[in-house]
Design a protein around this ligand. Structure first.
Ligand SMILES: *Cc1c(COP(=O)(O)O)cnc(C)c1O
Length: 393
């Protein structure tokens, strides 16, 4: 099934019953909605019943398409959404999604505050200055907004230093038009097997909350955990967990694979656009980084680094065709890449190449690319660009 998002990106006259063929003519991302539901349900089963699941759909749901992921996650049992930016939050509201949406990023201007109030989004406040901007703007608008206060317990990114939690919370409490909806923090090393730093951050959070309590302040909600913390320790779950990566079926670390069963949601596929034979000694692609040492059957594929296939994988990438691993050769270009398909002599133009995903008994995951490149799967996933149409199975 094609979503209305995909349909809207196709010119009117082309919306015929062969649309799915047009969408899949060059390169595309396949999204398995059932896998989203599977992951959400398994994560929810891992949580205690009173802990809510916040689906983190920032960066276009890590390249999966924010609207459809948000809808599928909410349907399967998530009750909150989170985005990084205001624009991402508005995109969800414009699509008719009414669930509470937390904006994880910092907000510093009155224009943004007005838009947040208009779209009924829920901001993160990181310091007194931001809180004052909110309170002033909201009083002009005569609107009250739920706000989420962020403490820095050791990430050294957004948030008020945990030792200043009491002052900060007391200030926000006495500002009109702001209603504290939660207090939260974020872990720096929850994906590492050594829990020392995570424990220290948790301890700081607990101390800050205990201090608030001793002054009669009991926030309605507390939260701390990303995917890694959610999978590693139930004591870190509190009232809700903010889960991104695991929702998409990937594990934040190898040692967390035995926790909850997850299925990858995304596959990246493309078609072969031309096939040719090159003699020995022929250079392939820009810079001739690859020169054939024998006669080679070469296939061109319609996907490149502008779609999210990192150029640094040139000559190191493998893809799947007919359930076989096939080596990529020469520099990956902006829109195309080349393969050595000598092992499939009868290969045809139009055949489907799986770059990430399953084909027969073989699978290539975002983790394989990340390991090869020395980066993390998060970066690979959100590298898949809008030029790739998203198709839901
Ligand atoms: C991105 C983000 C998350 C989700 O992280 P994952 O590791 O993908 O689960 C949670 N909390 C905050 C503050 C984030 O920025």
């Amino acid at each position: 099934m094609l979503s209305s998002e995909t349909l809207r990106s196709i010119p009117e006259g082309r919306q015929n019953n062969r649309l799915s063929e047009i969408i899949r003519h060059r390169a595309w991302v396949e999204i398995d909605r059932d896998a989203i539901a599977y992951n959400v349900k398994n994560i929810k089963n891992f949580l205690s019943p009173q802990t809510e699941l916040m689906a983190v759909v920032k960066a276009d749901a890590y390249g999966h398409g924010a609207i459809r992921v948000a809808q599928a996650a909410l349907q399967a049992g998530a009750s909150w959404l989170a985005t990084a930016t205001l624009g991402e939050g508005i995109e969800l509201r414009e699509a008719g999604i009414s669930a509470p949406i937390l904006l994880l990023g910092a907000i510093n201007t009155q224009e943004e505050v007005a838009a947040i109030a208009h779209w009924k989004l829920q901001p993160t406040l990181c310091n007194p200055q931001q809180s004052l901007i909110f309170s002033e703007t909201l009083s002009e608008l005569d609107r009250t907004l739920p706000v989420h206060l962020k403490l820095d317990t050791g990430m050294s990114r957004l948030g008020m230093h945990w030792e200043q939690a009491l002052e900060f919370v007391q200030l926000v409490k006495q500002l009109p038009y702001l209603k504290i909806a939660s207090i939260y923090s974020h872990f720096a090393t929850a994906d590492e097997p050594d829990p020392t730093t995570t424990k220290l951050q948790h301890q700081r959070f607990q101390e800050a909350i205990a201090q608030l309590k001793s002054h009669g302040i009991v926030p309605p909600r507390l939260h701390l955990s990303n995917s890694a913390a959610t999978l590693s320790d139930r004591a870190l779950h509190y009232d809700l967990v903010r889960v991104g990566l695991a929702l998409y079926g990937l594990y934040p670390a190898f040692h967390l694979k035995s926790t909850v069963d997850l299925k990858p949601v995304l596959q990246v596929k493309a078609r072969i656009t031309q096939v040719k034979t090159i003699p020995p000694g022929t250079g392939v692609s820009y810079g001739h980084q690859y020169i054939s040492d024998r006669e080679i059957r070469l296939a061109v594929v319609g996907i490149g680094y502008a779609d999210g296939v990192p150029r640094n994988l040139s000559n190191r990438l493998q893809v799947l065709i007919r359930g076989q691993l096939i080596p990529q050769i020469g520099a990956i270009t902006m829109d195309q890449l080349m393969l050595d398909v000598s092992s499939i002599p009868d290969i045809q133009v139009g055949e489907v190449v799986t770059l990430i995903g399953r084909d027969s008994d073989k699978e290539i995951s975002a983790d394989d690319w990340a390991n090869e490149l020395g980066t993390i799967s998060w970066e690979i996933l959100c590298g898949f660009k809008h030029r790739l149409p998203r198709v839901s199975e």
